[in-house]
Design a protein around this ligand. Sequence first.
Ligand code: SIN
Length: 313
Amino acid sequence: MSSHISTKAAIAGITIEPCIFNAAGPLCVTKEELEAIGSSHSGAIMTKSCTFEPRPGNPEPRYYEDALGSINSMGLPNLGYMKYAEFSSEMKKYRKPYIVSVAGLSLQDNIEIVKYLGQFKDIDAIELNLSCPNVIGKPQVAYDFDASDEMLREVLKVNKHVLGVKLSPYFDFAHFQQMAGVLKKHKLAFVSCVNSLGEGLFIDADAEQVAIKPKGGFGGIGGDYIKPTALANVRKFYELLDRKVPIVGVGGIKSGRDAFEFILAGATAVQIGTEFMRSGTACFARVDAELKALMKEKGYSTLDDFRGKLKVL
Ligand code: SIN
């Protein structure tokens, strides 16, 4: 691929090259999985969303995919926040940003976790996940605008890192506006749109049963099913945050053309979830090569050449 085509992105002074990395997320729980991402073409290493205590997650089967996407109710299986802090020095050798995803189960947990992570200089950024649909008995914080406001205010008071937030998908212009109003009150380095779309249900008509075990089969939907919703969220937040806050697009990206669409809608970088689960770390190099090929065809040499420049009719 021509070397003059760059898919480099920057968020709060952190270089992400290529602008494509893993979502939090499949295959990012263990040190071995994080090392595999480090050794791959992924532009960053994102950890599984961590909680205060280690968690085994929900009962299996808890992930299922069909040709158009996935359903999951993983329930935040993770090693606990201290492990992801401990891994940070070893991740440095991969010379790419190490981002810790944080999904404490309460305001107090998030404050404690973020405060603790502040001591680790090899952590490049934190993605605060307010949008996991799979913790039994816990509604998504991102659907409660007052709770989101309080969470961001309190967490940012103790935070020492570049910090962004991962949002749930929204479906109504009034809700986009309410959430953008909350986000504008805080100094966020980036906004990731979107987490999986909950609560969905996959049904196997032959077996006359659900596809996953937790919560009677309900879970978060990813993949092709959610790409238009993810694109709409990227576009709306890009506009409502006055094109000033970097948006990280996630939801149904499996090709360079998909990545192109997200950047055209306004994304600074993109994350891959379902496709990473399906095809492993090879997806990062393939999507980057496809994106570069499309940019070349269109005569673009950097992401700035087309970011946000979506035409309307
Ligand atoms: C999960 O572990 O349940 C998925 C993570 C998320 O949706 O934030």
